[in-house]
Design a binder for this molecule. Structure first.
Ligand code: CP
Length: 314
């Protein structure tokens, strides 16, 4: 078995030993201040192309910072009015052009465009999914798992609840698969319209309020209301989040002292999270962001080193 997949489209592309290796390497980078590991030496000319067809603050910036930290040169393409998308070029043709420039690694975020997904599947260049519509967000799940390990010692045996708009969340879909693989129980606390209906969630415990879930959970993960996906999915706008599912002091009163509170960001203050939670000693939201840099450094340097060993050109 190779240590890293050729494409990290889903957490299901990873075997348990690969997950462990990625997280261990991330902790090594964190402890050592990005000391190079001999097996992960990066060619000084290696380029990672960050193609972002959807907005991002954390993911895009942390991939860029992680690349600089481990000696990979990042080149960022962010879809905006300064690009030829403005002239009518399609997303998939834009991506095909970026791939034709010969980056050594591609990181791509998109809104679930079918032709972009096809182009990615056909790519000869190793690539990482940085979020694809309602699909997956594998590096978010990995950094969330690293944060749980850091704060609670292990993922195995934890009781993890995703709270809010779970149905539209790629973060929760990747998290469910990864946390279950690592031996945690995963549950949902969501208003009726956002309880996920797909098979993957069939066995998950469902809670009718955050207060109820907080009595059970050791890890509470809030989610933003993903308004941009609602119209597409239902032809209707269900943007009102009941306050029963907001991460706030009142709803989290039953949460045990040694539990942790997480959120992938971005959060909308007052809607999915009350800012008072940021000063709660159990809050790990900014630790997640910090760990994202180490996880992305680990995944990128591992995939690049493997591509070079396999004879890939720089
Ligand atoms: N968590 C996350 O994906 O955040 P961004 O959308 O800011 O990248």
């Amino acid at each position: 078995m190779s240590a890293y997949p050729q494409a990290l489209a889903s957490v299901r592309d990873l075997q348990p030993q690969q997950i462990q290796k990625i997280i261990e390497q991330a902790f090594h980078f964190k402890r050592s201040g990005f000391a190079a590991s001999p097996s992960l030496e990066v060619h000084p000319s290696a380029i990672v192309l960050l193609a972002f067809f959807e907005p991002s603050t954390r993911t895009r910036t942390s991939f860029e910072i992680a690349a600089h930290r481990v000696g990979i040169k990042p080149v960022t393409f962010a879809a905006d009015d300064s690009t030829s998308l403005k002239k009518g070029e399609s997303l998939h043709e834009t991506l095909a052009n970026l791939l034709a420039m010969g980056p050594n690694l591609l990181v791509c975020r998109h809104g679930g465009d079918v032709r972009v997904a096809e182009t990615l599947r056909a790519s000869q260049i190793p690539w990482i999914n940085a979020g694809d519509g309602q699909g997956e967000h594998p590096t978010q799940a990995l950094l969330d798992a690293m944060t749980v390990v850091e704060k609670l010692g292990d993922v195995e045996g934890q009781r993890i609840v995703y709270v809010g708009d779970v149905a539209h969340s790629r973060v929760a879909r990747s998290g469910l698969a990864l946390f279950e693989m690592m031996g945690a129980e995963v549950a949902v606390a969501a208003p009726t319209q956002w309880v996920p209906e797909d098979k993957a969630w069939a066995k998950a415990k469902k809670f009718g309020s955050l207060r109820e879930a907080a009595e059970w959970a050791t890890v509470c993960i809030g989610l933003r209301v993903q308004k941009e996906r609602h119209a597409k999915a239902h032809g209707a706008d269900h943007t009102i989040q009941s306050h029963d599912f907001r991460l706030d002091k009142k709803n989290l009163m039953p949460l045990r002292a040694e539990a942790i509170i997480m959120h992938p960001g971005p959060f909308v203050a007052g809607e999915d999270l009350s800012e008072e939670i940021l000063s709660d000693s159990r809050c790990a939201i900014h630790d997640q962001v910090t760990n994202g840099v180490y996880i992305r450094a680990s995944v990128m340097s591992g995939m690049l080193a493997q591509a070079v060993r396999a004879g890939g050109r720089i």
